[in-house]
Design a protein around this ligand. Structure first.
Ligand code: SF4
Length: 166
């Protein structure tokens, strides 16, 4: 599942196509297919929790797929989802079955560390050298960095062909 599920007015603001001559909503597809699937993967923040689509005032009533399916959903949180997280999870499912998950149903192989654990600015943190404004190269903790509580492997996996990370 990619993207949030719109549930307001029975999902009519999220028409994804036609099936047997009838318009089908994302809500209907999520429920119908989600019940039958061997595994359900929520790809990205919107599918996992509603994400930006569910931001106030949330006019289409967007939610994550877990809110419309009464079953386990493997969540690949992040915005956007790194291709490795998706392909790695699919490959793991094919080869070994369900991967070990954390208490938020995210695969530990990708979500088992915090950004802070492997941050390239970590030596500044350990030395107590903190940035006072955006653009400085030192630790961003005093500017509100969420790295210490954000579980994901971005600093070692990296983006853009393994060049950098946000
Ligand atoms: S607080 Fe943020 S910037 Fe500083 S080391 Fe941790 S993750 Fe990196």
């Amino acid at each position: 599942m990619e993207g949030a599920v719109s549930i307001k007015d029975n999902g009519m603001y999220h028409i994804i196509g036609r099936y047997e001559g009838k318009e089908i909503t994302g809500l209907e597809a999520a429920v119908r297919l989600g019940k039958r699937a061997t595994h359900v993967i929520a790809v990205g923040d919107c599918a996992s929790y509603g994400g930006v689509s569910a931001a106030r005032p949330n006019p289409a009533g967007c939610v994550g797929i877990s809110d419309v399916l009464d079953r386990r959903v493997i969540k690949l949180t992040g915005c956007p989802c790194h291709p490795d997280w998706l392909m790695g999870t699919v490959a793991y499912l094919i080869l070994y079955g369900e991967p070990p998950l954390d208490d938020m149903d995210r695969p530990l192989i990708f979500y088992g560390i915090t950004i802070h654990d492997r941050c390239p600015r970590r030596s500044y943190y350990d030395a107590g050298i903190f940035a006072t404004k955006l653009g400085e190269k030192t630790c961003m903790f005093m500017l509100g960095c969420r790295g210490p509580i954000t579980q994901i492997d971005c600093p070692i996996r990296k983006w853009n062909g393994h060049v950098n990370c946000p």
